[in-house]
Ligand binder design. Sequence first.
Ligand code: AHR
Length: 483
Amino acid sequence: MSIELLNQKKGPEISKYIYGQFSEHLGHGIYGSLYVGKDSEIPNVNGMRSDVVDALKEIHVPVLRWPGGLFADTYHWRDGIGPKDTRKKIVNTNWGDITEDNSFGTHEYFELLRQLGADAYINANIGSGTVQEMAEWVEYMTMAGESPMSKLRQKNGRQDPWKLKFFGIGNESWGGGGNMRPEYYSDVYRQYQTFLPQYDKDHPIYKVACGPNQDDYNWTETVMKYAGKYLDGISLHYYTLPTGDWDHSKGDAVNFPEDQWVSTMTRAEHMDELITKHTTIMDHYDPDHKVDLIVDEWGTWYDVTKGTNPGFLQQQNTVRDALAAAITLNIFQKHADRIYMANIAQMVNVLQAMILTKGDQMIKTPTYYVFDMYQKHMDAELVEGIGEIPDNVTYTASQKDGKLTISLGNYDLANEKAIDFTASNPFRKIIDATILTGKEMNSHNTFTHPEEVVPQAFSGGSIQNGRLHVQLPTKSVVSITLE
Ligand code: AHR
């Protein structure tokens, strides 16, 4: 089978924010993993764990969504500022009813961003907060001149304002964020965004409205109709559950049968239909594409690792997750004209994580390596392809700085796949080719065997007469860069 890549046609830019991450006050998503505190024996810089930060810097995290998720709608930002010993201890009612000591707050979040080199994406509390509380938080973060909140920030040790790039108004307001109807939410959104102060006129804060739960097309329709002209992005949440069953077993993360491999891939592919249908509705209300679709929660969701707190959502990550990530990232790239940001849930220790930690140990997951391999697509131009692709194969291509990168996944468990690529400008040579695969469909990294699944050099690609031939092994993700 053969694909012709139209690399002389100008495609949309693939936003680097598609590779965004999400960290919530949930289990060990922040405490003990990203943030250990200055006094920890685990090496850290200003409390941020050095091994984890270093690993994340390698994948160039472009943006980090915080503080939730469901937690956001119970979060009162004033609890997380000022001297640590005076910070209020609260109960995290969403995630395990554990004590939250608020030692990681606004200042710590921006310090983490500084170390990662990532942009800010903060989700406001509209569920149990107030308009004033939200407005004052933004004033605290972004006001350069003299004001009550900028003075408070300075008293707490930060002279200059921070740069707040993205701001979410509502999280899952259709569910745990307030159980609102879309008509009501649209009005709440309009009210809150009215009082969102924009102090930095050169860099206005990008406003994200709460969008639909997976296929709730009525939500998208209603919010676009009533609030569409007041927002920059509307967010979609969609998780991949092998069984599709939220109430009983979602499926085991490691010991799963083949049919759950298949259902995971099918459900990951479903993202394409969701984006297509939601953006068709958006096209109707916003034909000039002023509003982006943001997928600020996505990823696989399994039963928690046995013996761990059910409220901590800790799960292993196998070759199956690598393929689910490749499928999803390819879909986002294909829809680069509307998808401006996506945030996988979640960055460390929660759901489909990049990194797992245990005490002072740390491992990189197969999903981490897919994000690593796909970095070349960040801010590159999408290259459209025409032709037929084999069953169970996913791919996208992009070009940047005169180089073309094709990323592919073969999620067939039994058969390797052959695929050829041609381009308007014939290929001359392969500059770099990498494969991520494992011996078994559930191969994964552990603290005792941290390198079971790591990228290797790929030798299954060859060029003849300007044509690229790729022989894709079963259950593999491959990335090839060419001139
Ligand atoms: O990512 C875990 C949770 O999933 C988030 O807190 C919530 O928004 C979603 O339901």
